[in-house]
Design a protein around this ligand. Structure first.
Ligand SMILES: *Cc1c(COP(=O)(O)O)cnc(C)c1O
Length: 360
């Protein structure tokens, strides 16, 4: 009767196709960091590699090592690169492709001998101000990298967009105006857009693209919906109604009694809570889907349970299926109620919840 997550692999293949057709001719790094946004690293790597992804991208060296040890031989970009000699050696041993984004990495590369030289991408900071060489230092880093014995090749220059999720934010144009001439001067391959760039900013389309959230079937845009972008939700988090009770007007519900029944009413208990990754801060009014109709959460989220208002569903019964997000209830809509984003809902699902594949 506990919660489970359904992973629709057919939807995932469709979403990869959406990314491809959005930027015809570009090559695709499928971003599968953080356990493929909670969908399962190895499962997703296999599905997307079989569906023709050109290469894989993860955040950290250890994620790359996990993929290599599982037998994945595809090109594998490490978005954060390496941070010390040990990680560099692992990257060399496993033929990972690190992003080189700061001078400290150049020093490590100078000091270390590696068994096999690495391919890498150079990362520029065009305005995100997180990782990347400053525009003024980029050319020097590019030239310096080429001369290092530990480097086999620099595949190109990448940058990351900070505000592409807002189609009206001029920061994206400013970032491109800074980055594109630099890349042109260097004369190398480029890799710019995340999902929001792919779907919303044709000017950001480059030789390589880095879709993440769109592969999982959520919109990258503020107040966006997957459906508007032709994407299909991959993850459905569902559980069941495990109790139905009737309470008098004024009855307090759950921890702290923060919700009081405004009238005599039925309240349902659903077997899902923050111990499963349902957000602890979901307020009363957050929708859940019960028998294909939205009903509001009431009271506080517990570790293993939530309570819902059944006034609109007099026939609801123990055992009925409840969708927390996914098919029929966009994760984006739930995230807006909670003050978060679909990415965080997906990544937050805990190990206790079994994942069930559909369309394998
Ligand atoms: C996570 C990440 C992406 C993918 O972003 P989405 O918004 O999920 O498409 C692309 N590039 C970098 C550098 C990232 O960290």
């Amino acid at each position: 009767m506990g919660p489970r997550v359904l992973i629709d692999l057919t939807a995932m293949r469709h979403n990869l196709q959406r990314a491809r057709e959005s930027v015809p001719g570009s090559r695709v790094f499928v971003v599968i960091k953080s356990d493929a946004y909670g969908h399962g690293l190895l499962r997703v790597a296999k599905v997307l590699a079989d569906a023709g992804a050109d290469a894989l991208a993860v955040a950290r060296v250890d994620e790359g090592v996990t993929l290599r040890e599982a037998g994945f031989t595809q090109d594998l970009l490490i978005l954060e690169g390496f941070f010390n000699a040990e990680e560099l050696q692992l990257a060399s041993h496993h033929q990972l492709i690190p992003a080189i984004h700061q001078a400290e990495q150049l020093r490590i590369l100078e000091q270390q001998e590696v068994a096999s030289p690495l391919r890498c991408w150079l990362k520029a900071d065009s305005g995100m101000h997180r990782l990347g060489f400053q525009p003024d230092d980029l050319l020097e880093a590019w030239v310096g990298l080429q001369q290092l014995p530990a480097i086999a090749s620099v595949e190109g220059v990448m940058t990351h967009l900070s505000s592409a999720d807002d189609r009206n934010d001029s920061k994206t144009e400013a970032q491109l105006a800074l980055f594109l001439p630099l890349a042109k001067e260097i004369g190398c391959a480029t890799c710019i857009p995340n999902s929001a760039g792919i779907l919303g900013w044709p000017e950001s389309h480059s030789d390589w693209i880095r879709p993440g959230i769109m592969l999982y079937g959520a919109s990258p845009f503020i107040n966006g919906r997957a459906e508007q972008e032709g994407l299909r939700p991959v993850m459905t988090m569902e559980s069941r109604l495990i109790a139905v009770s009737h309470y008098p007007e004024g009855a307090p519900i759950g921890y702290g009694g923060s919700y009081r029944c405004p009238e005599a009413m039925s309240v349902g208990v659903v077997a899902v809570g923050y111990g499963d990754g349902y957000p602890r801060h979901a307020p009363s009014g957050t929708p859940v889907l019960l028998n294909a109709k939205r009903v509001p959460l009431v009271g506080r989220v517990s570790m293993d349970m939530i309570t819902v208002d059944l006034r609109s569903q007099p026939h609801a019964a123990v055992g009925d299926t409840v969708v927390l997000w996914g098919r029929g209830l966009p994760a984006e809509e739930v995230a807006e109620h909670v003050g978060t984003i679909a990415y965080a809902l997906f990544c937050g699902v805990t190990n206790r919840v079994p994942r069930i594949e559909l369309g394998g």
